[in-house]
Design a protein around this ligand. Structure first.
Ligand code: NDP
Length: 256
């Protein structure tokens, strides 16, 4: 009985940015729990590798090449997922990027790019997936925030604004869609070893050591650390959990 609360057999999940990093870690967890997966990203080589990985776990998986800053492309992606996989039960808004500059140096087009990729994409994907999520009868939306949803950083101008926005957007949607039995929650990752942070570590000397010292768990997070929280927030186990922002950070956000 207990395991059925976490069973995702027969469910279909969209994971934006599911072709690598944290998105792939979550997609693997959802697939291991039985969900069919649509991987959404731009890099077709990475997406093909992710789909092969997910299919090996015994589920259906498709890659839908999509730029999440393009509303028409998102609409086509949603249509294709419903046509090929039959339904949408779970939407993971994970695609994201950063441009590391202080506020006075950030250009307007750079600001717009980060906000469009990290925040507006979550709005558009959720809005367009809503009819299918409602039809599911137990829809789940998982939005990916950051420690920058809580803290500020001089280099994270638009990134922090986008990730703060993700939390408030999550709360608004949780209220709006509770009558439809759709739960909407956010995950706030700490410092995780992915392409995104590999780039940051190359640019910022001492970052690696500072993260180790500042994280009570004493290590960087791994993409596998996101499988369990994704399954919990995607499954009936979390049916009375909505509007939250759950840190998965090795204690980073509670260190004094
Ligand atoms: P990666 O760079 O490994 O993954 C980012 C993913 O987003 C890629 O799969 C990429 O796919 C996709 N993506 C980016 N832009 C677009 C776009 N315009 N259209 C479609 N897909 C896009 O980084 P992470 O795994 O680290 O990041 C995943 C999420 O986690 C992001 O929202 C990030 O902000 C957040 N996060 C990460 C932390 C960390 O320490 N790593 C900490 C806190 C939050 P493709 O290249 O194919 O387009």
């Amino acid at each position: 009985m207990t395991s059925s609360r976490f069973d995702l057999s027969g469910k279909v999940a969209i994971v934006t940015g599911g072709n690598g990093g944290i998105g792939l870690g979550m997609a693997r967890g959802l697939a291991d729990a039985g969900a069919d997966i649509a991987v959404v990203g731009r890099n077709e080589t990475k997406s093909a590798a992710a789909v092969a990985d997910l299919r090996q776990r015994g589920v259906k998986a498709i890659a839908v090449s999509t730029d999440v800053t393009d509303m028409a492309a998102i609409a086509a992606m949603i249509d294709r997922v419903v046509k090929e996989l039959g339904r949408i039960d779970i939407l993971v808004n994970n695609a994201g990027m950063s441009i590391r500059k202080p506020p006075h140096e950030l250009e307007l087009d750079e600001w717009n790019k980060v906000i469009d990729t990290n925040l507006t994409s979550a709005f558009v994907c959720s809005k367009l997936a809503y009819p299918a999520l409602k039809a599911s009868g137990n829809g789940k939306v998982i939005n990916i925030g950051s420690m920058m949803s809580i803290f500020g950083a001089s280099f994270a101008t638009a990134y922090a604004a986008s990730k703060g926005g993700i939390v408030q957007y999550t709360r608004a949607c949780a209220n709006a869609w509770a009558p439809d039995n759709i739960q909407v929650n956010a995950i706030l990752p700490g410092w995780i070893d992915t392409d995104l942070t590999r780039g940051a570590r190359q640019q910022v000397s001492g970052l690696h050591e500072r993260v180790l010292a500042r994280t009570p768990a004493g290590r960087w997070g791994d993409i596998d650390d996101f499988a369990g929280i994704a399954v919990f927030l995607a499954s009936p186990a979390s049916n009375f959990v909505t509007g939250t922002a759950i840190p998965v950070d090795g204690g980073f956000s509670v260190m004094a």
